[in-house]
Design a protein around this ligand. Structure first.
Ligand code: ADP
Length: 626
C-alpha cells in the first residue's frame, strides 16, 4: 500500500505540482505580455501621430517655399523683399511675421518700426538674423523632418557645417521646464542631454518592472539645442526650418532662398495658435477601434495639451502611458497617449490571473480527490484480492474436513470392520451430517456466485415463517444435540405469513444456526425464537442466540461483508468461508427484510432475521412468482 501511495505521489502529485508551478509562472508572463502588447500598440499610435505632425510641418515648409517662389515670380526679389511681411501675411494664413534678410546681414523686412508684432520680432530676432549674435536653436537644415527618428541636431552640426558647435545644456531661461531644471540638478553629469517634459509610464516602470537601461535612456530628449549664427545655420542649403525659445516662448521659423537671388533669405515666423489649429485634425486621427481605449494629445513644451483626440479628457499630462517627441521644429512637444481607463490593464491582468488561478486550483483539487479515490479503490481491491485468496484456502479446508470424515467412516463401513449396529448408526449419522455440511457450503458458494452475477432466482410466495423455522430447527436439532448442544426452539403455533422463498429462508436460518454452533465455545447453548413485532410496521423476527465467543467489538457490521472473518482460521481454529452472513443478509434484503447482529446480554451473540409480515388480503391474493 505504501508503494502505491509513493507511486501516486511521484507519478501524479509531484508532476501536478510542477505543472501548477509552471502554469503560475506562465500566468505572470501572460500579464507582462499583455502590458507589453498594449504599450507596443499604443507606442505605434503615438509614433504614427508624431510622424503625421512632422509630415504636416514638412508640407507647410514646402508651401512656404512655393509662396516665396510665387511672390518673387511677380517682381524682382529685392522689391518683393521690402514688402515681404505684408505680401506674405496677406496670402499665407500661417504667417505671423514674414522676414527678408541678406546674407550680409541687412534686414529688408519687416521694418524696425512697423506694427507691434513686427517690432517685437525685430527686437527678438534682428541681431540673430543679421548674424551678429549666436543663439541656441533647434534646426533642421536638411529636411530631416520627414523621418521619425530625427538625428541629434548637435551631431549633425558637429559633422557638417559647424565643426565648432558644441551641444549645450538648455538653460532654464531658455524655455526649459521645471522638470528639466530638476532633472539637471539631479544629474549634473548628463548636461549635454535634456530631460523630456513627460515621463511615460511604460518607460518609468509603473508595472512593478525595473526599467531596463535603454528605457531609462528614453527619459532624455533626442533633441539638443546648438548655438549658432543665422548664416552659419543656413549654410549652403536652400530651405529649412528652425525653432528657438525666446523668453520661454517658442518661435518657429521657416526660411528659403530664391534661386534668382541666393544672397537673399526669405523667412516666416509661424503663428502658433493657427499652426495648432491646423494640426488638430492630424492629432485626432485615431483608429476607430482604439477611440474607446485611448486619448491622443499633442503636448506643448510645458507639457500642456493643445490638441486632444478625446474632447474633455483629463489626466496627469506629464505621465502618459506612452509618448513620442515630435522633432526639431516643435522641440519638446510630444504626442502622448493616455488610457481612458487606466485601471483596465490591471483589471484584465488580475481577471486573467484569477481565472487561471482558480482553474489551476480546481484542477489540483480534482487531481487530489481523484488520487484519493484511486488509492482508496486500490486499497479496497487489494483487500478483496487478499480476502479472495483467503477464501479459496478456507473453502478448500472446509471441503477437505467433511470429505475426510465421510471417506474414513464410509470406508470403515464398506470394509465391514464395524459390526456393532449402534456404532454403524453413529457413523452413518456422522456421514449424513458431514454431507449436509458439505452441501451447505457448496450451496452457499454457488448462491453467492449467482447473486454476484445477478442470476439468483427466488420463488417468492406466501409462506408460513413459523413452519419454515420449526422445520429447519428440527432438521438441525439431531446434529446439534449429537454435538452436545442444548437446543431450544420457541416458535408460536399460529402461522406468521410472509412473502418468501422457503428454501432461501431456510438457508438463512441454517447459516445462522451453523455459525452459532461453530462459534460456541464451552457453553453449548443455542436457542431459536420467532416473534411477531408491530413497530414501525408488522414484521416477524427470527432470533438465533448462542453463548459463544461473540463478535469482536467494532466488527458488528463488517461481518456482513463478503469474505470478512472476524475469527480467522489460524488464531481460532474455526473453519469458514466468510460468505454465510453475506448471503444471509442478501437473501433477507431480497425479501424486504434484513439480518442484524447484537451482542447477547450475558455473553454470546444474537442474530435476528427480520421479514415484513403479509397483510390478510395479500395472503388471499398472492403476488406472482419472481
Ligand atoms: P464464516 O464462514 O467465517 O463463518 P460468516 O459470513 O458466516 O463466515 O461469518 C462471518 C464472521 O462473523 C465469522 O468469521 C465470525 O467471525 C463472525 N460470526 C458469525 N456468526 C457468529 C457467531 N454466532 N458468534 C460469533 N461470531 C460470529
Amino acid at each position: 500500500m505504501k508503494r502505491v501511495a509513493l507511486v501516486f505521489v511521484l507519478a501524479v502529485f509531484v508532476p501536478s505540482l510542477v505543472l501548477a508551478w509552471l502554469a503560475v509562472r506562465s500566468l505572470r508572463d501572460q500579464q507582462f505580455l499583455l502590458e507589453r502588447q498594449q504599450s507596443l500598440l499604443y507606442q505605434g499610435v503615438a509614433d504614427a501621430r508624431a510622424k503625421a505632425v512632422q509630415d504636416a510641418l514638412g508640407e507647410y515648409e514646402h508651401a512656404f517655399a512655393a509662396e516665396v517662389a510665387s511672390v518673387v515670380g511677380k517682381q524682382s526679389p529685392r522689391d518683393a523683399a521690402k514688402s515681404f511681411d505684408d505680401l506674405l501675411r496677406r496670402d499665407w494664413p500661417l504667417a505671423q511675421v514674414g522676414f527678408a534678410v541678406t546674407l550680409s546681414g541687412e534686414i529688408l523686412s519687416p521694418p524696425p518700426y512697423g506694427r507691434n508684432e513686427a517690432r517685437k520680432f525685430y527686437t527678438d530676432n534682428g541681431r540673430f538674423l543679421a548674424s551678429r549674435e549666436m543663439v541656441e536653436v533647434y534646426s533642421n537644415p536638411k529636411q530631416a523632418i520627414s523621418g521619425l527618428n530625427v538625428a541629434n541636431n548637435a551631431a549633425l552640426l558637429n559633422n557638417s557645417a559647424f565643426p565648432n558647435a558644441q551641444p549645450q545644456p538648455q538653460s532654464p531661461s531658455f524655455g526649459q521646464t521645471e522638470a528639466n531644471a530638476d532633472f539637471n540638478k539631479r544629474s549634473p553629469g548628463s548636461k549635454s542631454q535634456q530631460a523630456r517634459n513627460v515621463y511615460p509610464q511604460q518607460q518609468a516602470g509603473s508595472f512593478q518592472k525595473v526599467p531596463a537601461p535603454e528605457d531609462t535612456q528614453q527619459q532624455f530628449s533626442k533633441l539638443a539645442a546648438s548655438e549658432a549664427e543665422f548664416r552659419q545655420l543656413i549654410g549652403e542649403d536652400n530651405e529649412g526650418a528652425l525653432a528657438r525659445f525666446v523668453d520661454n516662448r517658442l518661435n518657429v521659423l521657416f526660411w528659403c532662398r530664391p534661386p534668382r537671388d541666393p544672397q537673399l533669405v526669405f523667412g516666416v515666423q509661424l503663428a502658433l495658435p493657427r499652426l495648432i489649429e491646423s494640426l488638430r485634425p492630424v492629432v485626432q486621427q485615431v483608429e476607430p477601434a482604439l477611440r474607446g481605449e485611448i486619448c491622443v494629445a499633442l503636448l506643448d513644451d510645458t507639457a500642456k495639451p493643445v490638441a486632444l483626440s478625446y474632447p474633455g479628457f483629463r489626466a496627469t499630462w506629464k505621465h502618459p502611458f506612452v509618448a513620442t517627441e515630435i522633432g526639431e521644429i516643435l522641440p519638446h512637444w510630444e504626442i502622448a497617449v493616455y488610457l481612458l481607463n487606466p485601471a483596465w490593464l490591471t483589471q484584465s491582468a488580475r481577471a486573467l490571473q484569477l481565472t487561471l488561478g482558480l482553474l489551476i486550483s480546481v484542477l489540483l483539487v480534482a487531481i487530489g480527490i481523484g488520487s484519493w479515490l484511486i488509492v482508496t479503490d486500490l486499497n479496497r481491491q487489494l483487500k478483496l484480492a487478499r480476502q479472495k485468496t483467503d477464501f479459496v484456502s478456507n473453502v478448500s479446508h472446509e471441503l477437505k474436513t467433511p470429505l475426510t470424515s465421510i471417506r474414513m467412516f464410509s470406508e470403515l463401513l464398506a470394509e465391514g470392520r464395524v459390526t456393532d449396529p449402534a456404532k454403524q448408526r453413529s457413523y452413518l449419522g456422522i456421514i449424513t451430517a458431514e454431507t449436509a455440511r458439505l452441501t451447505r457450503l457448496i450451496n452457499n458458494v454457488l448462491d453467492f456466485a449467482r447473486i454476484e452475477r445477478g442470476e439468483k432466482k427466488y420463488h417468492i410466495q406466501p409462506c408460513d415463517l413459523a413452519e419454515v423455522v420449526r422445520e429447519t430447527a428440527e432438521t438441525y436439532r439431531p446434529h446439534l444435540e449429537a454435538s452436545g448442544f442444548q437446543f431450544e426452539c420457541e416458535v408460536p403455533d399460529s402461522a406468521l405469513m410472509v412473502n418468501g422463498d422457503r428454501d432461501a429462508l431456510a438457508q438463512v436460518i441454517v447459516n445462522l444456526l451453523s455459525n452459532a454452533e461453530k462459534y460456541s465455545d464451552s457453553q453449548k447453548e443455542i436457542a431459536v425464537g420467532l416473534e411477531q413485532r408491530t413497530s414501525p410496521l408488522p414484521y416477524a423476527e427470527v432470533r438465533v442466540l448462542d453463548r459463544g465467543l461473540g463478535v469482536p467489538h467494532g466488527c458488528g457490521e463488517k461481518i456482513f461483508e463478503q469474505f470478512y472473518r472476524a475469527h480467522d482460521s489460524l488464531s481460532s481454529g474455526i473453519q469458514g468461508s466468510g460468505l454465510g452472513l453475506t448471503l444471509a443478509r442478501q437473501i433477507a434484503r431480497a425479501h424486504g427484510g434484513d439480518v442484524v447482529y447484537e451482542p447477547r446480554a450475558g455473553g454470546g451473540s444474537c442474530f435476528s432475521l427480520r421479514l415484513p409480515l403479509l397483510a390478510q388480503e395479500q395472503v388471499r391474493n398472492p403476488k406472482p412468482v419472481i
